[in-house]
Write a protein that binds this ligand. Sequence first.
Ligand SMILES: Cc1cc2nc3c(=O)[nH]c(=O)nc-3n(C[C@H](O)[C@H](O)[C@H](O)COP(=O)(O)OP(=O)(O)OC[C@H]3O[C@@H](n4cnc5c(N)ncnc54)[C@H](O)[C@@H]3O)c2cc1C
Ligand code: SF4
Length: 526
Amino acid sequence: MATHEKVDVAIVGAGASGSVYAAVLAKAGKKVVLLESGPDWQLTDLISSDFWGRRIKPASGPFLLEGKNPFGYVYQAGWGVGGAALHYFANFPRLLPNDFKIKSEHGRALDWPISYDDVAPYYDRVAGDIGVSGDAKAEEIWRPAGKPYPMPPMKTFRHGEIWLKGFEAVGIRMVPAAVGMNSAEFKGRRACIYDGWCHVGCPIGALANPVVTYLADARKAGAEVRPRATVTRVLTNPQGTKITGIEYYDEKKERHVQEASVVVLAAWSAQNPRLLLNSATDRHPKGLANSSGLVGKYMMAHFSSGTWAMFDEDIQNHMGTTGAQFMSYDRYGKTSQPGTFGSSFITAGSAMKTSDLGGLANARVDLFGADLHAFMQRAARGLTRIGAFGEELPNIENRIELVSDKDEFGMPLAKIVHSYDQDAIALWNANFEEGLKIAKAAGAKESWSGRGNMPTIHLMGGTIMGTAADNSVVNSYGQSHELPNLYVAGPGIFATAGASNPTYTIFALSLRGAEHLAEKWSTVAG
Ligand SMILES: Cc1cc2nc3c(=O)[nH]c(=O)nc-3n(C[C@H](O)[C@H](O)[C@H](O)COP(=O)(O)OP(=O)(O)OC[C@H]3O[C@@H](n4cnc5c(N)ncnc54)[C@H](O)[C@@H]3O)c2cc1C
Ligand code: SF4
């Protein structure tokens, strides 16, 4: 076993949330180490091809998937520096004020211990840090005013614009999408060339992935990234009153101990609870930070209702970005869709490639052989899609638990149990129905709903924030209620899911948590 010199901060995971903590704390003069189970990817490793792109995604996850709607783990998890945000679509909507107080306003779900106003200044700062393109003024029909984005909206293409007439017909206002991409050169990073390969990582650095943003800042400020280091336990002192460091295994399966004054778990919503549960001791028999029994509970996902439409013209559907061109919060009210409950966030205009998740080959899964060939010939020029993300409410039955099977390092695997309730299913269906109306009004030659298994997108929850140890795992800064020198970062700390893609909020909350930690360092560090 190797023991390493004590550092100020050990961060588990060098993805979206871990990179923010690393940048803030390294700049505050702390000695920071990021332990990352995957490789230390460089931009030169990113190749614009669906086949090559698979190398940057995990081949499997240490999770068993159960429930009526098993969570689609592998496609969404990150692996290596940048995490899933190395190859995300960088749609950057925010949560809105109504997300933070569903319990108070509707008597359902949970309230956050903070409000939109607590997070809003951090949205503005993240935009300035990493570069966001969009039209903030246009968005302010739905949210309080803030700062303008540092770059104007991205270019639009016919496959997005063609939908606008349809949205207008059903009374949905569309505005330029806010995206973490460069519509112009930004801080020495190139402007987007609209070739639509964001989903396998952007080799020119126009996509605001952590490798070219916060992680680059962290490295410049002296943070060390230790790739191929898989953390298996968080360690505590014999009294169980504070964290002392972490245990990890390297590629050769050698065990290491890294002592640290503060540990930040930033290994995503699934791995963070697994680590806390596996770190049980005599003093913490149910796992760390888990006297409430809430570690691994309230797992949440988004679902999407995609509507496909075929037009009889060349709509340049291969062009643009994998992120959206237009967005709307016009169905974001919790009761906007009659007979359902939960927000919907609407997008239009993602670039389409031949294969992979959003590819045109998957638009008609019922077709094979000659029929599929004929469809794809038309689809290559005339197919486009819109989507409505829907909100799942927190449900304590959706959970992560350890199981007896072990991974290659001897760490117990976990299972993710996930099922949607009737509210979610009703909202999913309502958004499909509205999607077909929009397609018809847009003049589509043919249109159909992209139904299949109900999708599970953006895993959130499992270490939710709240006001006290009996109703949550962490406070609004991500600090454990029970072990003050333990922080948790990422979408796991969301108390509810909203319908907006989560990463802009992940960056904002991580910036808020990291700055709080830096400020309170002398009272927090062990
Ligand atoms: C295809 C795709 C498209 C997406 N599009 C969008 C979008 O448009 N907008 C949006 O908001 N979000 C999007 N997301 C989601 C977004 O990428 C995630 O919300 C975000 O990356 C989560 O941040 P995180 O820090 O919690 O985890 P990650 O960024 O995934 O980082 C976690 C890191 O922890 C590491 N790790 C895990 N376990 C261990 C361990 N035991 N020891 C050491 N390291 C470990 C992983 O290797 C990984 O690098 C998308 C994701 C995918 C996959
Ligand atoms: S479309 Fe733009 S952001 Fe996406 S991969 Fe291409 S250059 Fe990068």
